[in-house]
Design a binder for this molecule. Structure first.
Ligand SMILES: [Zn+2]
Ligand SMILES: [Zn+2]
Length: 376
């Protein structure tokens, strides 16, 4: 059962055009899908409101409705029972008639055929050193810019685009269908509202030309892999003087030979010999600030032991703080032993006690107990 159109809009049967419009406007704002995303009830209500208003604002339709009720529009005789505005397209149109530019955003396309330019993506790979120091990168972007010959109008200099005869400049044409009139994009000007008799020769009437542009991009110190930098208005030029799109720089970091990054911390795996690990020693590591730092290894250092070098990591983005550098020890077991070396190690083995390798001796002792416990 369909609700009464007057009730739907909350107006009296004698309401005049102004009252109808104001009631519709208020309700349409309240139930607009943009304001109630995913709410099917609101969407349904919004459609009902639109349908009621579309009917009552037209004196002919209103008269038919007053006389026959909903039956006036049923059984296909008069536009298929509201099918003319049942679709989403019909609704946007009604809404735009009333709200016009106010909604802005996604509906900019209709303002005299001026389209917003496309957003562009630019992939940039930088080194860890560059991410550490920050940099100003010069990039060349192929993009379309506003045609300087015609200043973006698309018309030959000295001429100007003329209002489209077919649609009178609205970019939309109405086709009558029973009581309803359905709006469509104008086939002559494709919605632009203007036609060009003498197209600009430089841009073939497009109002924009393709060119390579040089841009400088500021990469701040401490930037992370996968960051997007948006350069507002640096994308493609709009069509016929429309606003430009944006340019997005997608940053990725090249893998580094020595350093792995985790946020603002860096990790560096350092292989040391078995004897250095056992006897102690020291080595130098180069850090990203361009200096060398000495790392002292105490005797008896175990594999995977970490040493922290405070403040030797990456800068924290837009903060005066620095991460740390972690040195991870990887002990290298000797290989390719000659006879003499083998003898020395065998000798070492003979004179070793459990105290020299408490972990492994303890481990095998415990493992033996565990196994015996199982077999009892
Ligand atoms: Zn041009
Ligand atoms: Zn037209």
């Amino acid at each position: 059962m369909k609700a009464d159109y007057y009730e739907t809009l909350g107006v009296a049967r004698g309401a005049d055009e102004k009252e109808l419009k104001s009631a519709f406007r208020k309700l349409a704002m309240q139930y607009h899908p943009d304001k109630n995303p995913g709410d099917e009830k609101a969407e349904h209500k919004f459609k009902e409101i639109g349908e009621a208003y579309e009917t009552l604002k037209d004196p002919n339709k209103r008269a038919a409705y007053d006389r026959f009720g909903h039956a006036a529009f049923e059984n296909g005789g008069m536009g298929g029972g509201g099918g003319g505005f049942g679709g989403a397209g019909g609704f946007a149109d009604i809404f735009e008639d009333i709200f016009g530019e106010m909604m802005g955003g996604g509906r900019q396309r209709r303002s005299g055929g001026r389209e917003r330019g496309a957003d562009l993506r630019y992939n940039m790979e930088i080194t860890l050193e560059e991410a550490y120091a920050g940099k100003t990168a010069q990039i060349r972007v192929p993009t379309s810019i506003t045609c300087d010959e015609c200043s973006g109008s698309g018309a030959k200099p000295g001429t100007s685009p003329v209002t489209c005869n077919t649609c009178g400049g609205s970019g939309r044409v109405r086709a009558a269908q029973g009581f309803f009139s359905i709006e469509r994009t104008c086939p002559t000007c494709h919605g632009r509202g203007q036609t060009i008799k003498d197209p600009c020769t430089k841009c073939s009437g497009q109002g924009r030309i393709t060119e390579e542009r040089s841009l400088s991009v500021n990469i701040p110190a401490g930037i992370e892999d996968g960051t997007r930098i948006r350069l507002t208005g640096e994308g493609e030029a709009g069509v016929r003087g429309g606003p430009s799109g944006d340019l997005y720089i997608f940053l990725s970091l090249k893998p580094h030979e020595f350093f792995q990054r985790d946020g603002s911390d860096l990790y560096c795996k350092v292989p040391i010999s078995m004897t250095t690990a056992a006897l102690g020693g020291q080595f130098e590591v180069a850090t990203l600030d361009g200096t060398q730092t000495r790392v002292k290894i105490p005797e008896g250092t175990q594999n995977a032991k970490q040493f922290r070098l405070k403040g030797k990591g990456m800068p924290v983005l837009r903060q005066p703080a620095m991460g740390d550098l972690y040195i991870q020890i990887a002990i290298e077991t000797p290989q390719n032993l000659n006879k003499r070396q083998r003898e020395l190690l065998e000798e070492f083995e003979r004179v070793s006690s459990q105290d020299n390798s408490p972990q492994s001796s303890g481990f095998f002792a415990r493992m033996k107990e565990f196994f015996e416990g199982l077999s009892e």
